[in-house]
Design a protein around this ligand. Structure first.
Ligand SMILES: Cc1cc2nc3c(=O)[nH]c(=O)nc-3n(C[C@H](O)[C@H](O)[C@H](O)COP(=O)(O)OP(=O)(O)OC[C@H]3O[C@@H](n4cnc5c(N)ncnc54)[C@H](O)[C@@H]3O)c2cc1C
Length: 411
């Protein structure tokens, strides 16, 4: 049994704390903003286990110039932040080479194979159930060309993970989701996707489990200090908290801790926006992704959410909610009855250029474990990450299966 300190109580930190507590460790989680709404609270709610293609790939790379022409489109860049983003962007280009993309797909598939089983185990550890539902996912394409590419991708996923995919005409789609009007070519339906009821509710339930079985301290961690006897977390109030092990899971802010511990990481915020409605008289039967526009419509258990797209910007650059408005406007091409209103939100995906999370011991101090950089898939990969972190803490030998997620890859 070890005394373990965790920085950050987003879904990665809370899941990791849950797993470690179930193995008998004494766990303290430091959270700078316990009532805040981080990425983990406002995502699209998908357990997207079929998503194994890294975002860095040649097809996406060739679309970048077109996307950037539309400042409110699927991808935007805050040009004033370009100097800070350049190393990450160069890393993205390198990761898009075919060999790197194939290696990334294999690594993501490794995590996805157990992701659902790990979620079920994690829920049981915390006494949480009823939070997962099998919904499938409909990826809508405006053109036949896009539909063919989507189908090809679906077949690749089937060959790798065995997940089915169904190619649907626009008429088939409208039968399944009668709210969808407008012009589109068809969709690919992948039945293996799950959704959580509501990401905020699930996050709060895991946090409350941490509070009841361990400690969730409302404090900002300012530094990690290494001594021969312990690893210390210094909080912003100047107090020092000694631990046998620590886990850094502070989302985008993890990079500050890694760098101050002498470790290079490429981690930037892919910011996403959404709008959540809680008073619509209708909801969708399944989540729908609008592949040509980079956003998703999610039926939550207690509402409806439209959001997504990517804005590369420094984490603290002021939000541009025109992006949320634009997604609502685009959704009206398919669901004309979508009203104004709803609550807007911006969240920061903690993203690496190769779309792989960092699940890794510190290269020179195995008492420190990193768990961050889950980008678009942190909810999906939270439970499997928690299990691997627990193993990295319990065992001292190398774990070759986790090499793709090693922090040393940024050197
Ligand atoms: C629009 C959008 C849609 C998404 N949809 C999906 C989806 O459908 N499925 C999916 O799997 N993923 C999705 N994601 C991605 C997912 O939400 C993230 O990958 C995930 O939430 C990251 O979790 P995290 O715990 O690493 O980071 P965060 O949720 O950012 O949590 C980090 C926590 O650390 C705390 N912290 C930071 N610094 C300190 C400090 N110094 N001291 C103490 N605490 C600190 C923060 O306050 C925060 O609470 C989406 C993201 C966005 C933005």
């Amino acid at each position: 049994m070890a005394r373990i300190g965790i920085i950050g109580a987003g879904i990665i930190g809370s899941a990791t704390a849950t797993w470690l507590m179930s193995e008998g460790h004494e766990v303290t989680v430091f959270e700078a903003d316990p009532d805040g709404l981080p990425a983990s609270s406002g995502n699209a709610a998908l357990i997207a286990v079929s998503e194994i293609t890294p975002l860095a790939n040649l097809a996406n790379l060739s679309s970048v110039p077109r996307w950037l022409l539309d400042p409110l489109g699927p991808l935007a860049l805050r040009w004033t932040d370009l100097p800070a983003l350049t190393p990450w962007l160069l890393g993205f280009v390198r990761a898009a080479l075919p060999a790197q993309e194939a290696a990334g797909r294999k690594a993501l598939a490794y995590l996805m194979k157990t992701a659902v089983a790990d979620h079920l185990r994690l829920g049981a550890m915390a006494g949480i159930d009823g939070h997962l539902r099998l919904t499938g996912f409909l990826s809508l394409h405006d053109t036949q060309k896009g539909l063919r590419a989507g189908h090809k991708e679906g077949l690749l996923v089937k060959a790798t993970l065995g997940h089915d995919c169904e190619r649907l005409s626009s008429a088939d789609v409208r039968k399944r989701v009668p709210q969808l009007e407008g012009n589109f070519a068809g969709a690919i339906f992948t039945p293996e996707y799950l959704m959580v009821t509501n990401p905020l509710d699930v996050l709060r339930r895991y946090q409350s489990h941490v509070r009841s079985r361990g400690r969730l301290v409302s404090a900002s961690a300012a530094a990690v200090l290494q001594t021969s006897d312990a690893v210390l977390i210094r909080t912003a109030d100047g107090n020092h908290h000694p631990f046998d092990r620590i886990v850094v899971s502070a989302g985008i802010w993890s990079r500050d801790f890694a760098r101050s511990l002498g470790v290079k990481v490429l981690l930037e915020a892919e910011r996403g926006y959404n709008t959540t409605y809680t008073d619509l008289p209708w909801n969708l039967s399944t989540p729908v992704g609008f592949a040509d526009h980079g956003f998703i419509a999610s039926p939550l258990a207690d509402g409806f959410r439209v959001g997504g797209a990517v804005e590369l910007a420094k984490p603290d650059t002021p939000p541009n909610y025109a992006r949320a408005r634009e997604m609502r406007a685009k959704l009206r091409r398919y669901i004309p009855g979508l009203p104004e209103g709803g609550v807007e939100w911006m969240g920061r995906r903690p993203s690496t250029p190769d779309s792989l999370p960092v699940i890794s011991r510190h290269p020179h101090d195995k008492r420190i474990v990193f768990a961050f950089g889950h980008g678009h898939l942190g909810l999906t990969q939270s439970a499997v990450t928690a299990r691997h972190v627990a193993t990295l803490i319990a065992e001292s030998q190398p774990m070759p299966e986790l090499n793709p997620f090693d922090v040393r890859r940024f050197n």
